[in-house]
Ligand binder design. Sequence first.
Ligand code: ADE
Ligand code: ZN
Length: 326
Amino acid sequence: DEALIAISKRPKAELHLHFEGAAPPSFIRGLAKEKNVDLSGIFREDGSYDYRDFVHFLSVYEAATSVLKTPEDFARLCTAVLEQSAANGVVYSETFLSPDFCGGGDVGAWREYLAAIREAADHAERTMGVTLRGIVTCIRHFGPEQAKSAALCAAETADDWLVGFGMAGDENKGKQRDFAYSFDMAREAGLKLTSHAGEWRGPQEVREAVDDLRVDRIGHGVRSIGDLAVVDMLAEKQVTLEVCPGSNVFLGVYGSLAEHPIDQLRKRGVKVTVSTDDPPFFHTTMEKEYGDLARCFNWDASVFDDLTRNAIDAAFCDDQTRETIA
Ligand code: ADE
Ligand code: ZN
């Protein structure tokens, strides 16, 4: 009804968006065709991405990413991604960028990719009214050594646009603390920190991200609900969760949105925010997330005000930018 539509149309801030994971399948198919790469194996007949489970999702994601080769390809992707964000009323977004896919961890090459992405983002800000900031992301299943190259890229390019360092990838590989060297390097360069934790593994993983990597935010973190002491620690330390409900339901972390703990976490005082993660992979958009949450949990506008406030407060941008989006 009209109240739901009004909620889904509100201005939004999104903190958890994988850059390559936001690529529309049509965009990836177009690049594959241009470059004569056969990617037919990763698409369903209806054109959407095809994968069986989370680990297979990660490999389909990497296959899709393989057609993104030049800085210009990434600049085009940036425009395509921000068109989607703007169409969903997103006014501020932070996106995970991986040097592993942009020059293979070489700092010189990374600078060129970053410059191209940033130029496209600046243009989108002027023409579409959506502000983007970057978080360099290491990939857990690529291991701690490769993470150090990503952290070095991050540390060398930290500025008012490249504002954070994080970790994504397969949570069942290795430990948070294996990546402490990289997170320390990023922190010393002035970057804010976030790590995927408690999407697949339990509350202890979330505690380790906070204790061992000293992160400012947690990617997902939803499974902290299994230990209320961890939930209370997050509330007390005001560690913000980048919650991606549609992603969690699509990948089977929860059987349905009604079973998702976001409302319990919020009611227990945890700062929660809402993001899409990899929207075309999970058949979601920010408008859909908002509409689904409003319907499922009977949230009114004041709850969405809180979510937006939480996202703006926990954004990694400088305070001047924060004021312009507030
Ligand atoms: N990379 C892209 N999406 C991811 C997710 N949901 N979890 C971990 N790594 C990811
Ligand atoms: Zn993610």
